[in-house]
Design a protein around this ligand. Structure first.
Ligand code: AMP
Length: 401
């Protein structure tokens, strides 16, 4: 967007205003709204008029009992007054995002003002990628800016199809989107080495593509969390009642073989904190990860694993972290994740570039108050995961070509 002209132009900005509300429709976390403010302010400062659009929840999948849309619950009108506060200026609202109502609201706009359009998902065409709806939305503006990275992996009207109606010099990424794309590319395409990926979380099956792709680019791959036990079992270890996907044992073996072939150092937790129940107050003890017996289950990485993983992280120049090292929601099994978060923060302090994204690790760094001690925390869970898996995001491609 830095290269585009906004003076006296109407600028359609796709933001991600999908914020959580409480039962009284009060915003409980405005992070996503605040993240879009720099893009909006810049367009205004450069003489543009801003037309905002966003999805909000899943109104068509959560219809009222009589089959009608619950407008009261899913209207973006709930956000108008807070948005106005954040911007320090009035924000008008159009009760539809396309068609005569939207067009009339746009026609009434004074230069330099801000309009918020109603929830794009009130129209079935949004998620279906309806070309007619895309043409109607595009008609409202001269320039299109996409700043909604969190939905860039969806080929929806407002994230992707609408962009095709704007010439290359009349469309661009907003600042949030730009940061997300650049930081993912920094890890994937031109990392300073050694590059270490830390992958954790519950299931191997959710992260097969990510693990496989990481083996193509990283120097070190650290695997922790529940998914580690499928690998440990595939190596012949005893894992008791730890989380395991028996139908992925062969795949785990193939990934370990690929690591060897590519010269990637693949680290699994040497030891684990095991519990006799899946509960914070369960009995727990530390054992080697391949010697878990009976009903015991591994719920966190152990002390030796923490030391080994931390040493690898500290020796890295680029770090990607996706997924917790244990059941970090339970305080007794959060220490491993905390140690790793601290190691990532310390490595960043020492000059490494660190990207946290695409899963529960974002919640973990926030919970541990370390979000401002890493280089970048991604806002786009699924979109970041797909980008790291090497997939081309439709919302990115529609602008970058
Ligand atoms: P994901 O969404 O794939 O990043 O997985 C995150 C979830 O994995 C969190 O809710 C963790 O509690 C869970 N998790 C991490 N380690 C384990 C483990 N050892 N056993 C069971 N669940 C785990």
């Amino acid at each position: 967007m830095d290269q585009l002209q906004f003076k006296d132009k109407k600028v359609l900005v796709r933001v991600d205003f999908n914020v959580p509300l409480d039962a009284q429709y009060q915003i409980t976390d405005d992070t996503r709204m605040r993240a879009a403010i720099p893009t909006i302010q810049t367009i205004l400062q450069r003489g543009g008029t801003v037309i905002l659009c966003s999805h909000f929840g899943r109104p068509l999948q959560k219809l009222k009992e009589d089959g009608s849309v619950n407008v009261a619950k899913f209207t973006l009108k709930h956000l108008v007054s807070h948005l106005s506060e954040l911007l320090g200026k009035p924000v008008s609202f159009a009760e539809d995002c396309v068609g005569p109502v939207a067009e009339a609201a746009v026609a009434k706009l004074n230069s330099g003002s801000v309009l918020l359009l109603e929830n794009t998902r009130f129209h079935a065409g949004e998620e279906k990628g309806d070309p007619a709806m895309a043409a109607q939305l595009a008609k409202l503006a001269d320039v299109y800016i996409n700043d909604a990275f969190g939905t860039a992996h969806r080929a929806h009207v407002s994230t992707t199809l609408v962009a095709h109606h704007f010439a290359a010099d009349a469309k661009g990424f907003g600042y949030l989107m730009k940061a997300e794309v650049e930081n993912a590319n920094r890890v994937l395409n031109h990392p300073e080495r050694p590059l270490t990926a830390i992958i954790g979380g519950a299931k191997v099956s959710d992260k097969i593509l990510l693990l496989s792709r990481m083996l193509d680019v990283v120097d070190n791959l650290i695997i922790g969390g529940g998914m580690a036990y499928t690998f440990i079992k595939a190596q012949g270890g005893q894992i008791g009642k730890s989380l395991v996907e028996d139908d992925r044992l062969e795949l785990a073996g193939q990934l370990m073989a690929k690591a060897k072939e590519k010269g990637v150092s693949l680290l699994l937790p040497e030891d684990s904190i095991i519990a006799d129940r899946f509960a914070n107050d369960a009995n727990h003890q530390s054992v080697n990860s391949d010697a878990i017996t009976g009903d015991w289950m591994g719920l966190d990485i152990g002390e030796k694993a923490r030391q080994q993983f931390s040493a690898t992280i500290m020796a890295s120049k680029t770090i990607l972290w996706n997924g917790p090292m244990g059941v970090f929601e339970m305080p007794n099994f959060a220490e491993g994740t905390k140690t790793i978060a601290e190691a990532v923060a310390a490595a960043t302090q020492a000059g490494a570039f660190s990207l946290v994204g695409g899963g529960d690790s974002v919640a973990a760094v926030n919970q541990m108050g370390l979000a401002d001690k890493v280089s970048y925390v991604s806002t786009g869970g699924g979109a970041m995961l797909e980008m790291l898996e090497g997939k081309e995001l439709p919302g990115v491609k529609a602008i970058a070509g």
